[in-house]
Write a protein that binds this ligand. Structure first.
Ligand SMILES: *[C@@H]1O[C@H](CO)[C@@H](O)[C@H](O)[C@H]1NC(C)=O
Ligand SMILES: *[C@@H]1O[C@H](CO)[C@@H](O)[C@H](O)[C@H]1NC(C)=O
Ligand SMILES: *[C@@H]1O[C@H](CO)[C@@H](O)[C@H](O)[C@H]1NC(C)=O
Ligand SMILES: *[C@@H]1O[C@H](CO)[C@@H](O)[C@H](O)[C@H]1NC(C)=O
Ligand SMILES: *[C@@H]1O[C@H](CO)[C@@H](O)[C@H](O)[C@H]1NC(C)=O
Length: 249
């Protein structure tokens, strides 16, 4: 009689054990469901990669974070964006060491000087008023002026230091226009031929270090959550087992 009861208890416990393991395992293993990616803003990097021969400009846009800024702007701006993308051969025709001699801030300005915060179709170049305002800012003479002139189908661009012309349309969709140019547009503000005044040391940003330091904490928080979940399941399991034992005795 006693042996039968113990056997009964053992079967009941086994049943609950299997039941709880079965129920709890999927809960623990469950990963956050990945929502389908929204269409999102146009990816300029992707467009330039697909076109080929813009590897240096892409690298600069990524290194300066301008690529990310553009994603945000394309998502929020109703005016659109126009990009004069210098080809790799444009960069290779710069004198050696030009890019390396620039400060981080100047690299940002150089990239931004090739971006107009307005969509310009090729026909709009005929009526646009000079100087164009670029993302680099102040378009006054000696700063970041950029002028466009057209004759027939050709579109000439000048920064005062660089004369070039649009050599092709890479992409246009009514909001974003990307044109190829075969020379890097040099703004006066950075490439003033007059002897430069000593540049002030660029201020170091602490933001990046802080962002990196944040991640180990996140991991710890996740781990402790997982641990406490397991602990709670153990409590539930033993609690239920105790009730089962009490009932069957
Ligand atoms: C844009 O495209 C590039 C290259 O295909 C890719 O590496 C990057 O993750 C994309 N960015 C976004 C925000 O989709
Ligand atoms: C685009 O903008 C919308 C609304 O302003 C915002 O909810 C969304 O997160 C933005 N997407 C990106 C990729 O910036
Ligand atoms: C455009 O530039 C070319 C030389 O690069 C020049 O011959 C032509 O006159 C220029 N056209 C305009 C409208 O400035
Ligand atoms: C651009 O055009 C404006 C207005 O015509 C003129 O004042 C300025 O000097 C020009 N700048 C360059 C770099 O050609
Ligand atoms: C650019 O063109 C202007 C006028 O067409 C000319 O005066 C100037 O010297 C040229 N600059 C360069 C760097 O070729």
């Amino acid at each position: 009689m006693e042996q039968q009861q113990q056997q009964h208890l053992f079967i009941t416990l086994s049943f609950f054990l299997v039941f709880f393991l079965h129920c709890s395992t999927p809960t623990l293993a469950q990963a956050p469901a990945l929502a389908p990616a929204p269409p999102g803003p146009t990816n300029v990097t992707k467009i330039l990669e697909k076109a080929g021969q813009f590897t240096i400009f892409i690298r600069l846009m990524k290194a300066t974070q301008v690529a990310n800024q553009l994603l945000g702007q394309l998502n929020n701006s109703n005016n659109g964006i126009t990009i004069f993308a210098p080809s790799d051969s444009a960069f290779s025709s710069l004198s050696a060491g030009t890019l390396n001699s620039l400060t981080d801030e100047q690299k940002v300005e150089l990239v931004q000087f090739h971006i107009i915060p307005t969509f310009l179709s090729s026909s709009q170049f005929q009526t646009v008023s000079n100087p164009l305002r670029t993302q680099a800012g102040d378009s006054a003479d000696g700063k970041f002026p950029l002028n466009v002139t057209t004759s027939g189908n050709s579109v000439n661009i000048t920064s005062g230091l660089t004369n070039t012309s649009v050599s092709g349309t890479i992409y246009t969709d009514g909001q974003l226009a990307v044109y190829q140019i075969d020379q890097v547009l040099k703004p006066y503000q950075i490439f003033d031929p007059r002897p430069p005044a000593p540049a002030p040391a660029p201020a170091k940003s602490k933001k990046k270090a802080a962002a990196i330091a944040e991640s180990p904490d996140d991991t710890t928080a996740d781990n402790s959550k997982a641990v406490s979940l397991t602990a709670m399941q153990n409590v539930v399991f033993w609690g239920v087992s105790a009730i089962v034992i009490a009932l069957s005795l």
